[in-house]
Design a protein around this ligand. Structure first.
Ligand code: BES
Ligand code: MN
Ligand code: ZN
Length: 501
């Protein structure tokens, strides 16, 4: 369950029923006049509490006060946001992070939030709202599906306050964006957190069909193995051939633009629902987190859900290449050669480099949509974690304007990406003695992520294209938990095409 997001004028604060109101404190004082008025009406209860020194001095420290004898009878949580002068986005986000942890410990269900009314240097009111609510939904999410105890969190709704007319307008838009994002984000994380014995290619395909039933602008079409074979998707099918779970190519079309003919933005997600490595088997410690090898696909699912809820006025196609990578007598062997949908032949030197094999056929397939641009999203290489850790999505492409636009969206949404090079030096490492190319270079992991990108580049010559390697950002390091990244990056990238940001 996501949190219900509401809005309210500051003037109506005391007429509202809630359990708790979040009140900002800056420079050791109540920084909003409305709360000074409230304070005066209640015998200085708030300022007396501040004078007690019980509120810690660090940004994000908070102090719970019992209900004021006021209409609504709300408890208050005083939240220290440090000095007015030095409150920037980073410190604000940190404060929100600490505050939300505290808030979720309290047994409250309805909260009124005045924090975004403070000025955070470097961002506007809308982002001040979204940063706070984003942190709330990030920590609020829990994966209880497979626990006996499925008790939901106490917190169910948050009402954000506005003061001016301009804030009211901005808040309305911010909440619309946040609701759509939260819904998509919960789906991305849920699909990732589901283990591979439940979340199979067939499960994903069924889920895509369900989504199409819920949203009138969304249609789903699923290609099965027989259809893929007929088309000639030899690369994709070589990955699933050792598994009892049949591969699925899941195609979700969202028509948001007025014209059906308006060229769509196409997202292609890697949907390996479990990656054992195949015959080039992974060691067990490296295999444990491989249920997340479909997070590229899960990001595409979340994105389709978010844009359908937002009612985005663009045409968007989401394709998920779903398969399981398993060893078996029937599995692909190292040195096997397959023919891809593009006609190019591939010598499979390592069956663990399977992501590029499912993606290359999906990337050839999407030409039929006459795309405005194509973006693939994949947990493609361990090497991207070596390069960028868990902080940035790695991005490759040929169009620097397109890449700059994506990097900017990442900064806005605090879901950042970093460009890495596509170079002939790396492409040269893919030469094969037997076929048109190999899928994994001998020198791996040297420049492993860029070599993988160069492999995909051979299949994406006919349109504007970017490749995003999310192996580092999609799940938490050292824990089995999906982050939902980089959904916010792509959602904001799309919003940037239809609204000023
Ligand atoms: N799914 C993995 C990449 C991965 C590794 C994602 C760690 C998340 C965390 C991918 O299929 C893979 O196995 N890549 C190989 C490529 C190599 C064989 C060229 C890798 O990174 O070692
Ligand atoms: Mn692999
Ligand atoms: Zn993989």
């Amino acid at each position: 369950m996501t949190i219900e997001l509401k809005m309210l004028s500051l003037k109506q604060l005391t007429s509202q029923k809630a359990d708790l109101v979040l009140i900002p404190v800056q420079d050791g004082k109540l920084s909003l006049s409305a709360f000074r008025t409230l304070d005066n009406a209640h015998n200085q209860a708030l300022s007396k509490a501040l004078a007690s020194g019980l509120l810690g001095s660090a940004c994000g420290d908070s102090l719970l006060l019992p209900a004021l004898d006021a209409p609504g009878c709300m408890h208050s949580l005083l939240v220290n946001l440090g000095d007015k002068k030095s409150l920037n986005r980073k410190t604000y986000q940190k404060a929100c992070q600490r505050l939300v942890t505290k808030l979720l410990e309290l047994n409250v269900s309805h909260v009124i939030n005045a924090l975004p009314l403070v000025k955070v240097h470097g961002i506007n009111f809308a982002w001040t709202v979204r940063d706070c609510l984003g942190e709330l939904s990030r920590q609020h999410y829990q994966f209880t599906e497979l626990k006996s105890d499925k008790t939901p969190r106490a917190l169910t709704s948050v009402t954000t306050l506005f003061d001016t007319k301009a804030q009211q307008t901005a808040l309305k838009t911010a909440l619309k964006e946040q609701r759509a994002f939260d819904s998509g984000n919960a789906l991305t994380r849920y699909l990732g957190d589901l283990p591979g014995n439940i979340c199979t290619p067939t499960y994903l395909a069924e889920h895509a069909k369900k989504m199409a039933k819920q949203h009138s602008k969304l249609t789903t079409n699923v290609l099965d193995e027989a259809q893929m074979k007929k088309l000639g998707m030899g690369a994709l099918l070589s990955v699933s051939q050792g598994s009892k779970q049949p591969a699925k190519l899941i195609v979700m079309e969202y028509q948001g633009a007025r014209s059906k003919k308006s060229e769509p933005i196409v997202f292609v997600g890697k949907g390996i629902t479990f990656d054992t490595g195949g015959i080039s088997l992974k060691p067990s410690n490296a295999m444990l987190s491989m249920k997340y090898d479909m997070q590229g696909g899960a990001t595409v699912f979340g994105l389709m859900q978010a844009i359908a809820e937002y009612n985005l006025p663009l045409n968007v196609v989401g394709v998920v290449a779903a398969a399981e990578n398993f060893p078996a007598e029937t599995a692909t062997k190292p040195s096997d050669v397959v023919t891809s949908l593009s006609g190019q032949t591939i010598e499979i030197t390592n069956t663990d480099a399977e992501g590029r094999l499912v993606l290359c056929d999906a990337l050839t397939y999407v030409k039929k949509f006459n795309p405005a641009e194509v973006i693939d999203i994949a947990t493609l290489t361990g090497a991207v974690i070596t390069a960028l850790g868990h902080s940035y999505t790695g991005v490759w492409g040929r169009d620097n304007k397109q890449i700059a636009e994506l990097l900017k969206a990442g900064e806005r949404a605090s879901d950042e990406a970093w460009q890495l090079p596509l170079s002939d030096d790396y492409a040269d490492m893919l030469q094969s003695d037997t076929a048109d190319m190999i899928n994994s270079h001998k020198q791996n992991p040297v420049a492993g992520s860029s070599v993988a990108a160069c492999f995909l580049a051979k299949f994406t010559k006919d349109y504007r294209w970017m490749h995003c390697d999310i192996a580092g950002v999609a799940s938490e390091s050292g824990r089995l938990r999906a982050t939902g990244r980089p959904l916010n990056l792509f959602f904001d990238y799309l919003l940037g095409k239809v609204s000023k940001r």
